[in-house]
Design a protein. Structure first.
Length: 180
């Protein structure tokens, strides 16, 4: 075990901020891929049941139609992905992107209890889910990743500022020390 830990410590796995940059890059990739899919009629039709049953998205189809709702979501996802990408250099934009990401995944997770036939009745129902709920379950992890990025970007943005209140600066320093 000691050999494995030594090998991993020499591999670059412990490089400063590797987790943060890898998380940010992964989230950017996810937003661009999922945003890209929304431009096609096939995807618009697949996401219609999700959009129409979400407590935060039910209004999209009546307002924009199925294709318009998909384009709205795709544009939103590309905007969030772009803000996350810009967050590599500008923490203020990173905060906006991460906050948008949190809002996105809160919205998609909120669909889970409202999805008709989401729980497999022949298998006893909850917690045995159908494919539609299974697709949304991944968003719980993506929400956690979004909260992580939001927290990191706020800490880093505060650290870049010269706040008038020294207690804010001390708190930012303490948060950075705590994260290692």
């Amino acid at each position: 075990m000691s050999y494995l830990i030594r090998l991993l410590s020499e591999s670059g796995l412990l490089k400063k901020d590797l987790d943060y940059h890898l998380m940010r890059a992964s989230m950017i990739f996810i937003f661009f891929i999922f945003g890209y899919q929304k431009w096609f009629a096939y995807e618009a039709n697949l996401i219609e049941p999700f959009i129409s049953n979400g407590p935060f998205t039910f209004w999209l189809i009546p307002v924009f139609g199925v294709r318009g709702a998909a384009w709205f979501l795709g544009t939103s996802e590309w905007t969030i992905g772009t803000l996350l990408f810009c967050g590599f250099w500008n923490k203020r934009l990173g905060v906006l992107g991460a906050a948008g990401s949190v809002a996105t995944f809160v919205s998609t997770i909120s669909i889970i209890p409202f999805m008709p036939d989401g729980w497999a009745a022949p298998a006893g129902g909850f917690p045995l889910m159908t494919l539609t709920i299974g697709f949304l379950i991944k968003d719980i992890v993506l929400l956690a990743a979004s909260v992580y990025l939001l927290r990191q970007d706020v800490i880093r943005w505060i650290g870049e500022q010269m706040p008038l209140d020294s207690s804010i600066q001390k708190r930012a320093s303490a948060m950075q020390d705590a994260r290692g």
